[in-house]
Design a protein around this ligand. Structure first.
Ligand code: NI
Length: 192
């Protein structure tokens, strides 16, 4: 999930400072139209060093973008793994790394503009629940449960959607979705 412009400025500074001291494993972020972004991802069954390495890459890529969330399919890995950090690296306590996340409760509704690192330059306001409970596993395989409201709830929904092959565009009303998809196909075809 992409940042709002105001927050992007401060976060970029943080990322540059981090880059000087932290070895980065930033991977290219795939864009709208890549099949892996439009296909449901597979459940993770093995909690090994390779999975841990995937999370290092996801976190570094999210911070470098900068973004507040990233799903494994966005770097071309078709597995159910997400990272979310509303502080974009400013507060280590806010980093959430989840394997096989599932929405187990949803209440209320909210609607705010969302951007996506895989759909740069476009925004849309899909309907989201105001509060969610998300269950998943840590990188080591331990059970984790998060209760989230507001922006964090939206971020969880946005990233879990990626694991089901859905982008925010797919959640818009049919009219807005078709309009936006026409523009997106034109835009991202030109970059091939
Ligand atoms: Ni996204």
């Amino acid at each position: 999930m992409r940042l709002t412009p105001q927050r992007a400025c401060t976060s970029l500074t943080v990322v540059r400072e981090r880059a000087a001291v932290t070895p980065m494993s930033v991977r290219p972020i795939l864009k709208f139209g890549e099949p892996v972004l439009h296909t449901p991802a597979e459940t993770v069954g093995t909690f090994d060093d390779r999975l841990a390495g995937l999370f290092v890459d996801m976190v570094d890529t999210m911070y470098a973008a900068p973004g507040i969330g990233l799903a494994a399919p966005q770097i071309g890995v078709p597995l159910r793994a997400i990272v979310v950090d509303l502080s974009v690296g400013e507060d280590p306590a806010q980093l959430i790394q989840l394997v096989n996340p599932e929405l187990v409760e949803r209440d209320g509704s909210q609607r705010h503009d969302e951007g996506c690192l895989s759909v740069p330059g476009f925004e849309g306001a899909p309907p989201r629940p105001e509060r969610v409970v998300v269950k998943g596993r840590s990188i080591g395989g331990d059970e984790r449960t998060y209760t989230a409201t507001g922006l964090l709830a939206r971020a969880f929904c946005h990233e879990i959607d990626h694991l089901d092959g859905l982008l925010f565009v797919d959640r818009l009303s049919p009219l807005r979705r078709d309009l936006l998809k026409r523009r997106l196909r034109k835009r991202f075809r030109h970059e091939d």
